[in-house]
Ligand binder design. Structure first.
Ligand SMILES: C[S@@+](CC[C@H](N)C(=O)[O-])C[C@H]1O[C@@H](n2cnc3c(N)ncnc32)[C@H](O)[C@@H]1O
Length: 498
């Protein structure tokens, strides 16, 4: 069997792809091939035809030599080699790297890729075969199907989507920083292509283990692009995994044949253990089609004031600000298991927001005597502390303060979030169950409002639409459930957290 059934995008022909694989020194098992995947784009496949299986077999599927791995360390070595043979090209790389703020390994890899893109654009032919292969790999990154959110993107108040917007902004800043290295930079690498590289790298990098000392078991990991292996798609229960050959640093993709029953199947690896919509979206730019233990962060922020004022018979109380001061996260994780949804209270203190007698103290900034008692080791003046807390109260998810100045109990005393149950006389099982039942009611009422909104959302196509579909299905399932059962599940998850 050839190593490719279809022409992967980024290559002129199957032949060109196979030549690149060979030139990169990548060794592929004869029963492995690249083909289109139902999971999206391309994937790796195994066909047991003409293959004689031995018992309990682990099969080496693909071996990628260390010279074809792209981590920040291996790219540094490649640059050192380039410096000896091609001064002009290496100076392009150096200028980019001088501008690269060392924030993450992914950003460093992106800066190298930017440099190699500019070298390729300049029409230079690199002599080193490893670098020629790298220039060809740029085409794989250019044509990877990725989530590039638009400039004027509407996050519809969703925190996960807002994070993606922030990620885009960070990379816009990096682009501005490095674009000043040459005057025609933007015409050689427009932002849209830079962003494509960014998202392709983020979706394709793997954490490859690296031993700290020879002959010892301790290891760290290097963020690394691993050509060819990066055609393997993700599954929560994968049939394959990768390993490093300790003798030469090659990466080997291994298949556990015991994990598969079919004669022909897609080879999968696990990118991330937890099936969290947030993590997948923000790290890899997609949401797996997997409804087992799927964790979705449902944001109550847009509804909390309206609903809680109604439920608690209060007027214009700022429950959103109370939650910020008390460090109560208004994103609750909903956990889907096929048609069953539970609310994860194990990691949530939402029931505390339902305690009677909590008030947002609007005049907290006038309590200068109390603020003057704060630990002064940071040597900030009272005015500076107030300005900082006001900024947090307005813009941040939480307000981190020595004293919870912004919330009083019965308008008499500041609350102590860590001892709130004791302080308010709710430190018994009955009260906790009552508060949790109210929290469940709040979530259900918010779900109804969100569902009404979701019907109106005209999301951008693709992954963002998928995000809202996942949310719609989850909330519909949640509302179909018996609220008594939800409370029982909630109480169980609270016990787990104890
Ligand atoms: C490392 S690449 C895998 C190869 C990729 N399918 C291609 O065509 O080059 C990761 C990308 O594959 C897709 N992908 C991988 N596993 C997936 C899954 N379980 N569900 C949906 N998409 C998946 C996503 O688009 C992701 O950004």
């Amino acid at each position: 069997m050839g190593i490719c059934k279809v022409k992967p995008s980024g290559f002129e022909s199957v032949d060109e792809f196979e030549k690149w694989v060979q030139a990169s020194g990548i060794r592929v098992h004869p029963n492995v091939c690249v083909d289109e995947s139902s999971l999206g784009g391309f994937g790796l496949f195994f066909d047991t035809k003409d293959y004689e299986k031995e018992q309990d077999e682990i099969v080496d599927l693909v071996r990628i030599p260390s010279s074809s791995l792209y981590s920040y360390e291996s790219l540094l070595e490649k640059m050192a080699k380039l410096r000896k043979t091609d001064v002009k090209s290496s100076s392009i790389l150096s200028r980019i790297l001088e501008r690269c703020p060392v924030k993450s390994e992914t950003e460093i890899i992106l800066c190298y890729i930017t440099g190699f893109h500019l070298i390729k654009e300049s029409g230079t032919t690199l002599e080193d075969p490893d670098l020629q292969n790298l220039l060809q790999y740029l085409e794989v990154l250019k044509s990877t199907d990725v989530l590039c959110i638009p400039d004027n993107f509407d996050d519809h108040g969703e925190e996960s989507l807002r994070t993606m917007k922030l990620i885009r902004t960070n990379f816009e800043e990096l682009y501005q920083e490095i674009s000043s290295v040459m005057k025609d930079f933007e015409s050689k690498l427009p932002f849209d292509l830079f962003y494509q590289y960014t998202q392709a790298i983020r979706s394709r990098v793997l954490e490859i283990p690296k031993e700290i000392n020879q002959d010892e078991e301790d290891f760290t990991t290097d963020t690394t692009l691993v050509p060819f292996l990066d055609f393997a798609n993700h599954a929560a229960k994968p049939n394959s995994y990768f390993d490093v050959d300790r003798h030469n640093g090659d990466v080997i993709l291994k298949l556990d044949l015991n994990e598969v029953k079919e004669d022909a199947f897609e080879i999968t690896i696990c990118y991330h253990l937890e099936n969290s919509v947030n993590s997948f979206l923000n790290c890899y730019g997609f949401i797996p089609y997997d409804e087992e233990n799927q964790v979705f962060p449902f944001s109550l922020s847009p509804y909390v004031n309206e609903l809680l004022n109604k439920m608690k018979n209060t007027t214009n109380e700022r429950y959103d600000l109370i939650s910020k001061w008390m460090l109560i996260d208004l994103n609750v994780n909903l956990i889907r298991n096929n048609n069953h949804v539970t609310i994860d209270f194990a990691s949530s203190t939402l029931p505390y927001l339902l305690i009677d007698g909590l008030n947002h103290y609007k005049e907290w900034s006038q309590e200068t005597d109390d603020i003057a008692q704060f630990d002064q080791t940071a040597e900030a003046s009272v005015e500076e502390i107030i300005a900082n807390l006001q900024d947090q109260e307005k813009n941040n998810k939480f307000v981190y303060s020595e004293e919870c100045l912004g919330v009083t109990y019965l308008k008499e005393q500041y609350v102590d979030p860590s001892l709130i149950l004791e302080q308010t006389g709710n430190d018994n099982e009955q009260s906790l169950e009552k508060l949790t039942a109210l929290a469940v009611e709040l979530i259900l009422e918010a779900s109804k409002l969100k569902l009404l909104q979701l019907e109106q959302v005209k999301a951008d196509p693709g992954i963002i639409q998928h995000y809202f579909q996942v949310e719609l299905q989850l909330l519909t399932l949640l509302l179909d459930q018996n609220s008594q059962k939800l409370l029982e599940d909630a109480m169980t998850s609270l016990c787990v957290s104890d």
